[in-house]
Design a protein around this ligand. Structure first.
Ligand SMILES: [Zn+2]
Length: 418
């Protein structure tokens, strides 16, 4: 069923009103915090949302002490036996830029010229930086005032899910099975699923945390951490000939053997890399910390064997030097898990097309809540929320994206009833 003009207008109005309201609530997470959620303000937004879900008549409402919000929407009549699905978005915003006192600005009928910011004259938003803006000419664009991020990541997702709930309640002719809504804290600091209650979630979920309109993300990096520890031998430098094994200096030679072309700054799209994050030590001992990323496990395994071979080579080259290599699998490419639930992907594509958008399959050069959930046995593709230039002062979203993402949610729920 095609969504009527009336419902489309309603979705836009409702999602927009919510978005403008939610972004004003300061929910920056804090990686240095040991508490859960990492910042108290996230509880404030969670409370508001939980109350709104109660007012809307959703059931089993929970706002737990960790900041997670859960609620269930009963199926429309006759669809009680449909497979339940869930929609997830995160409450926090990135620490990269301040998220305090966000004042959203709507630039009506964007004409393609540079967008200026009233609170930051140094920056402007241009098509050169975000080519998608070209497609958004004629639309209304929301930005911050340039002194904060906007918070479309991920309050757009939150607003879109909420707007869909409102519409399901208001227009009972829309078909859907049982729906679970879940809002998570601390996604930006990698803790979004740490305290999630898996038993409260359906077997299939979708995060609304992607970027560009039309985007569908079904794969992420296969991610490894590596530590390389070199144990050398220190001797007085004046008497060190043929004796000293300078661990930190040898470490720098070892690390220079990593191909420069396989680094984050030289790779894009589906290319993988080694990324040196830290090197510390002295003559006696040196430790390097790296991450290794690729979409193919095999390519990462090749990178790890390259490091193993270098270790052997360096231990031969410097007799007495000991090198310890440790690898930790951080997360897997979620495509492995999603492929087992092809229907979840196919219906998401269809739902995006039904909203009149071109499906843009995208590979996440990182991980998301959905990555971890997929690993935990809940296949969770990531659908666009519409925000662009995440984690920056130039973050923006076309208002149409708020409507379109809500439409995708409604379409998707209906497609699962067939
Ligand atoms: Zn996000």
């Amino acid at each position: 069923m095609k969504i009527s003009k009336e419902i489309q207008e309603f979705l836009l109005e409702d999602a927009l009103e919510r978005f403008l309201r939610y972004v004003k609530i300061w929910t920056t997470s804090d990686i240095k915090s040991a508490s859960f959620p990492s910042t108290k303000n996230q509880l404030e937004l969670g409370k508001i949302l939980s109350n709104e879900l109660i007012d809307l008549g959703l059931e089993d409402n929970i706002h737990d002490k960790f900041g997670y919000v859960y609620a269930n929407l009963a199926p429309s009549e006759g669809f009680e036996n449909v497979k339940p699905i869930g929609f997830i978005a995160h409450l926090d915003t990135s620490q990269a830029v301040s998220g305090k006192d966000v004042k959203p600005v709507i630039h009506k009928n964007y004409d393609g010229s540079n967008i200026l910011f009233s609170q930051n004259k140094e920056i402007s938003l241009t098509i050169a930086e975000s080519p998608q803006l070209e497609e958004y000419i004629g639309l209304d664009i929301i930005t911050s005032q340039g002194d904060t991020l906007l918070g479309a990541d991920n309050k757009a997702g939150v607003a879109e899910i909420m707007a869909a709930c409102v519409v399901w309640k208001k227009f009972p002719e829309l078909k859907h099975g049982p729906i679970t809504v879940c809002f998570t804290p601390d996604e930006e600091i990698g803790r979004g699923t740490r305290k999630i209650k898996k038993k409260l979630l359906p077997e299939i979920c979708y995060t609304l945390d992607g970027s560009e309109m039309g985007q569908l993300e079904i794969e992420c990096f296969d991610a490894w951490g590596a530590t390389i520890k070199l144990k050398g031998l220190n001797v007085h430098p004046g008497y060190a000939k043929n004796l000293m094994l300078n661990a930190i200096h040898i470490a720098s030679r070892f690390l220079s053997e990593l191909p420069e072309t396989e680094s984050p700054e030289h790779t894009e799209e589906r290319e993988g890399f080694y990324h040196l994050m830290n090197l510390e030590g002295n003559e006696e001992e040196a430790t390097a910390t790296l991450i290794i990323r690729d979409f193919e496990l095999k390519n990462n395994q090749n990178r790890m064997s390259y490091l193993e071979n270098l270790k052997k080579l360096y231990e031969l080259r410097y007799p007495g030097l000991k090198i310890e290599l440790n690898f930790l699998h951080q997360y897997q490419n979620m495509l492995i898990f999603l492929e087992k639930e092809q229907r979840a992907i196919d219906l998401a594509k269809k739902a995006i097309e039904l909203a009149g958008l071109e499906v843009k399959i995208h590979s996440i050069r990182g991980g998301t809540d959905g990555t971890k959930l997929s690993e935990k046995g809940i296949p969770t593709p990531n659908i666009f929320a519409g925000g662009m230039l995440f984690h920056s002062r130039k973050e923006y979203i076309p208002t149409l994206a708020l409507q379109k993402a809500s439409e995708v949610i409604i379409n998707l729920a209906e497609l699962w009833t067939n």
